[in-house]
Design a protein around this ligand. Structure first.
Ligand code: NDP
Length: 254
């Protein structure tokens, strides 16, 4: 995407990023901070989250803060508690990037262990829903809130072997569309981003034979992540965007 954001695009914006400890989420958190946002980092590992926090604080912009939540054990109650804790720290949320996720196992559905199915659904879908419900009141306090979910090309067209992960991403697209319709007359836009094959740990576990140097890095995707968080996308809602438009799904080739 050819998008040149203003350097103060996210000044005075308060943005929460899930899965901010690594990969795309870490890069998005750093990028939002670089463009002026106060970023809340959410994840399950205090050590890796702290490293993202440190990297943001070294930018000498707005300091970041962290919130701990393991999506594998998240419940509606724990998400409500977390939102109450957050409401004591910030007056509102201007943006939420739902990015945390797991791959599960790449095997045919006939062979997928039910406990892996449940784990993927719990982390990619249920916890994301509980957290969204809990954070909506803070998002609705913004004059232009942006709620972003993370999808995948296998969440639009089913592909052999992608099992629970693909199904969880189809459901994520559905959740985005329902919410976008429900809030179309309010100050809240709801969209999805499909990163496309990107050089991260998750990608390496899905395609261990792939030459990772042929893949875009999380930093390459950031124009779209910025566009959807900033004011230039105010009128966009209910859309599933591609961070790498035109990229063919599947392994990278030279
Ligand atoms: P990574 O595996 O690099 O990062 C995943 C993030 O999710 C990490 O911060 C991880 O935390 C967090 N996470 C995982 N499990 C939990 C949990 N139980 N509780 C809280 N946080 C958790 O993946 P990517 O950066 O590649 O993926 C980010 C998003 O992009 C995902 O939603 C993925 O489905 C999507 N995506 C990625 C593509 C790619 O090619 N990379 C392509 C299409 C979609 P921790 O560090 O503690 O494990």
């Amino acid at each position: 995407m050819h998008y040149q954001p203003k350097s103060d695009l996210l000044e005075n914006r308060i943005i929460l990023v899930t899965g901010a400890s690594d990969g795309i989420g870490r890069e998005a958190a750093l990028t939002y901070a670089r463009y002026g946002a106060q970023v809340i980092l959410l994840g399950r590992n205090p050590h890796t989250l702290q490293q993202t926090e440190l990297a943001i604080n070294q930018l000498q912009k707005k300091p970041a803060s962290t919130l701990l939540l393991d999506f594998a054990h998240a419940t509606p109650e724990s998400c409500q508690q977390l939102a109450q804790q957050l409401a004591q720290q910030v007056p509102r949320l201007d943006g939420v990037l739902h990015n945390a996720g797991i791959l599960g196992e790449i095997v045919p559905l006939a062979e997928l262990e039910p406990h892996i199915w449940r784990q993927v659904m719990q982390i990619n879908l249920d916890a994301t829903f509980y957290l969204t419900q809990a954070l909506l009141p803070l998002l609705l306090k913004s004059d232009a809130g942006s709620l972003i979910f993370t999808t995948s090309s296998v969440g639009r067209v089913g592909r052999s072997g992608w099992g629970a992960y693909a199904v969880s991403k189809f459901a994520t697209e559905g959740m985005m569309q329902v919410l976008a319709d429900e809030y179309k007359n309010r100050h809240l836009r709801v969209n999805c981003i499909n990163p496309g094959g990107t050089r991260t740990k998750m990608r390496a576990s899905a395609f261990p034979q792939e030459d990772a140097s042929l893949l875009k890095t999380p930093a390459d995707l950031m124009p779209l992540y910025l566009y959807l968080m900033g004011d230039d996308s105010r009128r966009k809602t209910g859309i599933s965007f591609d961070a790498q438009p035109g990229r063919k799904p599947g392994p990278a080739s030279a």
